[in-house]
Write a protein that binds this ligand. Structure first.
Ligand SMILES: [Zn+2]
Length: 643
């Protein structure tokens, strides 16, 4: 079993999941196929829609004479006529729907093996949202015992380790943590269908995030029962890799059509404006006139096309590093989804851990919910703890166009000469003049007509910042005295402030020593290289305004800053490769700094802390240590010069 992360955007990931029946490109949706009624035949799901995996219910097969014998004799793939990966459910959902099921865990696991399921499921206990905490905790003990039995029995079948825990976040996290230590292949998050049916999306977010906290990042996470196109972006944003849908067929049978903004009854619809291949050529009237069976066929296919096109869009936004924007757009389709999006803000500290240091392209602000993105949290944290003002007085500027240094060129200079550090009040909070070009400050777009939340948060953050920096005096930008005479070097101040922000003050201090020379671009006038005591330690990237670490800078960090800070430690096998400039792969990582974030500059060292290379981390520590495949650090070639 190998799950490889190819691309990521925060917790969201594009991955390759290898099963014995083939490869599943994640995020992926598995249509649920009822073995008794194939609304859309599995062959068509594979050939026409491109689904490489489906789910069917082993409990129904086991209890249907005829089907059971055929499955045991020919195997599931032949029974369903499907060449891709087949996952089976165990009857747990039936117990949620109809009460107790008359089978044991051992029977169900054995049966799934016998019929050739590729990924089987434990007979876990469905924890209902209305259960007491004690009842939930007790049932998890049983689920975990059954899980251990299933792991011991599974043989070469993969097994789903279902995370339960009702709406109790600590129980979810604890259950996930215990499952993570077991020989499980996929982690479904179970017991969430009632939350989605009741539109309790804020609690769904709590449940998914708390489960993710405990899970092992090297296994795909499956949000059981989530398959509506409107929820896919949000679920992928939280790091769910697999989804399933029974609704595409169930809804079709009662004339309900799924769209990205909700589900609509055919009887209530005013027009059919859908361009999917199933609907093409139909009008609302002609669709209504069909026989029930014909209509079900078309609507089921329409529903599947809605799902596949939304999933394709989710993948594209992950690749572009813009999944937050898609999720924010989608969550405006229903107030309950907006609750889910808003609830994410409470998990900002956890989300920050996988938030990349920078993204390609500008960040688009789509409304006050955007303030819940982890990048806002990171900026506020870092500016409060990593900024060292060059003077002990401050002058406050309103935002007046970007970049601030160009717009306020003369005013900033006047302020500094008078001993006042210019601070611009931005939607992110206070921005000292020398940080105005770092991601995301310069690489973001906000509407010009601002909202109340942004105004008040920016005010509060600026107030806290001034307090924290201990400025002796704070004035408005139009109160700056004309006759300042202080001499200062704006380039050195800027170079050091960016290093403080990006790496932390102690690391920046370790690198900046002796005489500092700044090399600027002749074309743009922007800083390109930082030379300290004659050594080229850092290069500034034009795109995100942040540094690329040079080997000379890295060695200074290794000398002064104790391990594992900024380091990725690799085993002896990969030493020759990495020192030649080849990438460091996850399976060779021994340890790493827990503070490393995706796309951050890191130093690759051997077990004795000897310098091997610099590069950019693609994974965080927990991922580097658990993934068995994939690039952990994109290493820079010999000369190390990107600039
Ligand atoms: Zn359609």
């Amino acid at each position: 079993m190998v799950f490889e992360i190819l691309r990521r955007d925060g917790l969201a990931r594009i991955g390759r999941f290898q099963t014995r029946a083939g490869v599943i490109e994640t995020p992926a949706l598995l249509p649920v196929v009822n073995p008794k009624i194939a609304t859309v035949p599995p062959r068509e799901l594979y050939d026409e829609f491109g689904f490489r995996a489906l789910i069917t219910n082993s409990y129904i097969i086991k209890n249907s004479p005829g089907l059971k014998e055929k499955a045991l004799e020919e195997g599931l793939h032949k029974l369903l006529d499907f060449d891709g990966t087949i996952m089976t459910d165990s009857g747990t959902f039936q117990s949620h729907m109809y009460g107790e099921v008359e089978v044991t865990n051992e029977e169900m696991v054995q049966f799934q093996k016998d019929i050739g399921s590729d990924i089987g499921t434990v007979l876990d206990i469905f924890t209902e949202p209305y259960w007491t905490k004690q009842q939930t905790a007790d049932s998890i003990v049983t689920t975990l015992e059954r899980m251990q039995v299933a792991c011991d029995m599974k043989g070469d079948m993969m097994i789903n380790g279902v995370v339960q825990g009702s709406v109790y976040q600590d129980l979810r996290e604890d259950c996930a943590r215990k499952m993570a230590t077991m020989d499980v292949d996929v982690h479904p998050i179970g017991g969430v269908v009632p939350l989605m049916e009741q539109y309790r999306y804020a609690e769904l977010v709590d449940v998914v995030i708390s489960s993710k906290k405990g899970l092992n990042p090297n296994r795909p996470v499956h949000l059981f029962g989530a398959g509506h196109p409107m929820v896919l972006a949000l679920a992928a944003l939280m790091g769910c890799d697999l989804f399933d849908s029974a609704s595409y067929a169930k809804f079709a049978r009662d004339d309900r059509m799924m769209f990205i903004d909700g589900t609509y009854r055919l009887a209530d619809m005013q027009s059919l404006d859908c361009n999917c291949p199933a609907c093409r050529g139909y009008t609302l009237e002609s669709l209504r006139k069909l026989t029930r069976d014909e209509r079900t066929k078309i609507i089921a296919r329409h529903n599947l096309y809605q799902i596949t096109s939304e999933l394709a869009l989710v993948r594209r936004y992950i690749r572009e590093g813009r999944l937050w924007e898609l999720a924010e757009m989608r969550c405006r389709a229903h107030p309950a989804l907006l609750d889910g999006l808003r609830r994410l803000k409470e998990h900002k500290a956890f989300l920050e851990r996988t938030e990349p240091i920078s993204r390609d392209g500008a960040m688009f602000y789509t409304g006050s919910e955007s303030r819940g993105r982890p990048i806002f949290h990171r900026y506020a944290e870092r500016i409060m703890t990593r900024y060292v003002p060059p003077t002990d007085k401050a002058a406050i500027f309103p935002e007046g166009g970007k970049p601030y240094n160009r717009v306020y060129f003369n005013e900033f200079d006047k302020a500094m000469r008078a001993g006042y550090t210019p601070i611009v009040m931005s939607p992110f909070g206070p921005v000292p003049a020398e940080l105005d070009e770092i991601y995301p400050l310069a690489q973001s777009l906000f509407p010009e007509i601002t909202d109340a939340e942004t105004v008040s948060e920016s005010d509060n953050l600026t107030f806290d910042f001034i307090e924290r920096m201990g400025f002796k005096e704070v004035i408005e930008y139009d109160e700056i005295p004309e006759d300042g005479t202080m001499e200062y070097d704006p380039d050195v101040i800027r170079a050091k402030a960016i290093a403080n922000y990006q790496f932390g003050v102690d690391v920046a201090d370790a690198m900046f020593r002796g005489k500092i020379d700044i090399v600027k671009s002749r074309k743009t006038g922007k800083i390109r290289n930082v030379i300290s005591d004659g050594e080229h330690i850092l290069s500034l990237r034009a795109g995100d305004g942040l540094y690329t670490l040079r080997p000379e800078g890295a060695v200074r960090i290794l000398e002064r800053i104790p391990s594992p800070r900024m380091r990725v430690i690799v085993n002896d096998d990969s030493v020759p490769f990495v020192s030649e400039g080849r990438n460091a792969f996850a399976q060779f990582v021994l340890d790493a700094d827990d503070e490393i974030r995706p796309m951050e500059e890191v130093i690759v060292v051997d077990k004795d802390d000897k310098f091997l290379a610099t590069g950019r981390a693609l994974l965080i520590k927990s991922e580097m240590k658990s993934l068995k495949k994939g690039i952990a650090v994109k290493v820079r070639t010999g000369s190390g010069d990107e600039a």
